[in-house]
Design a protein around this ligand. Structure first.
Ligand code: ADP
Length: 407
């Protein structure tokens, strides 16, 4: 019987899961980072779709009762998934669950064991991440209901950014509001932690240099790293700030929000819907929030959406250079960053003045190192793996009692 760590990453319409062997920290990293099984339930709330793969990448067949139920919700799927894992988890015994939790507030610079007190604290942060935090917390509650004694660990997307200087974290607002926690928290920290941990294997001793990681998925942000620590990031108080995203607007003049409230008489709920769900690639194109679909479209609106996405990304990347005093390497990651040669080239072309250039063949081939020989800046494509960061932290907190970063 293998002891295993269950990793859950609950989104609004998806649930990613993975089982990692619970071997003691200090063993072979490669073994620790390779899941015994991983999968995803997508499209929750609208005919859920299940997929799972074993350690060798072979498809693990689903069990009809949990997968094909069109009315399945997070509430029904999590207990069903836990039951399914008992039968299809390769005989593994789950010893702990690690969760992605978007917001850990100011207090948590690392993972934390779930207690009633912590749950109450995380509940208070729901208004700061209304689209993500409730699902993360619901997953924790469902696991607790199914297996009350199972240790559970929360791994926060905000934690990685707590190394930032105060200047990078505060807004130019009255001090009283800063003291109340109206700060730039930053997100996608688990992804950045993973990439930071991989840098030495790609950049050697330069891994600790000035690096900007572009996490470009449905949600998108950038993080400026020095010594593999977060110095500045594009997302702020909420996951709305910074880059243009699939459905989110990114950085916006706050005067627009006041205008929508006062002149357009929109309600806060309507504005939330507009900024989180109807803007970004979807809003500008009027076609789709999905980059691959926009690339396949011949509509000028699709092209304009892609161009705005890349223009905003290039401007943000250049701004982040000021926080780290220059740039040695750029890393692209997440769905768009890993797969879209077009987006990477459109962003890098706008930064040619920095002396950065791509090797077109390497870029088209989604190779790991995609800069040209003449480029003064290294450009890498590194697939992210948030689940392995959660597994590592969970194991470590379980066995050692504290969790150090993956690097
Ligand atoms: P999430 O933030 O939901 O985890 P992902 O990291 O999976 O999202 O990224 C999803 C985005 O990646 C979508 O916009 C999708 O179209 C885009 N993407 C995936 N594959 C490709 C591709 N081959 N070309 C262009 N975009 C792609």
């Amino acid at each position: 019987m293998t002891d295993a760590i269950l990793v859950l990453n609950a989104g609004s319409s998806s649930l990613k899961f993975a089982l990692y062997s619970d071997i003691i920290v200090g063993h072979d990293e490669a073994v620790m980072q390779t899941p015994l099984l991983r999968g995803k339930i997508a499209n929750i709330g609208n005919a859920a779709i299940f997929s799972a793969y074993d350690a060798k990448g072979n498809v693990v067949p689903p069990q009809d009762h949990m997968i094909c139920e069109p009315s399945a919700t997070h509430d029904t799927l999590i207990p069903a998934l836990l039951e399914w894992l008992q039968n299809h988890g390769g005989g593994a015994t789950i010893k702990a669950a690690g969760h992605r939790v978007v917001h850990g507030g100011r207090a948590h610079a690392g993972p934390a064991r779930i207690t009633n007190t912590l749950m109450a604290e995380l509940e208070d942060l729901v208004p700061l991440a209304p689209l993500h935090q409730p699902h993360n917390l619901a997953a924790i509650r469902h696991v607790a209901a199914f297996t009350p004694d199972l240790p559970q660990i929360a791994c926060f997307d905000t934690s990685f950014h707590r190394t930032q200087d105060r200047l990078a974290q505060i807004f130019a607002l009255p001090r009283a509001l800063t003291d109340q926690g109206i700060l730039r928290y930053g997100f996608h920290g688990l992804s950045y932690e993973y990439i930071a941990g991989r840098l030495p294997s790609y950049l050697g001793q330069h891994g600790g240099g000035r690096v900007i990681v572009a996490h470009l998925g449905n949600g998108a942000s950038m993080c400026a790293l020095k010594n593999r620590q977060s110095v500045a990031t594009s997302m702020g108080f909420t996951a709305l700030d910074g880059l243009m995203m699939g459905r989110r607007c990114g950085a916006l003049d706050p005067g627009v929000v006041l205008h929508l409230l006062e002149q357009k008489r929109m309600s806060p709920d309507e504005i939330t819907q507009l900024l989180y769900r109807e803007s970004g690639l979807l809003g500008v194109s009027g076609i789709s929030n999905d980059m691959a679909s926009l690339e396949a479209s011949t509509a000028p609106e699709a092209r304009e959406a892609i161009e705005l996405f890349c223009y905003r990304a290039a401007c943000e990347l250049a701004a982040l250079c000021a926080a780290i005093g220059g740039l040695d390497a750029i890393v692209f990651t997440a769905g768009i960053g890993e797969k879209s040669a077009l987006v990477r080239s459109m962003i890098i072309d706008r930064l040619a003045w920095m002396g950065v250039a791509l090797d077109p063949t390497a870029n088209e081939g989604n190779q790991t190192r995609i800069n040209s020989d003449a480029s003064k800046i290294v450009v890498l494509v590194i697939p992210t793996d948030e689940e392995s960061v959660i597994a590592r932290a969970t194991r470590q907190l379980l066995h050692v009692g504290n969790a150090t970063p993956a690097h």
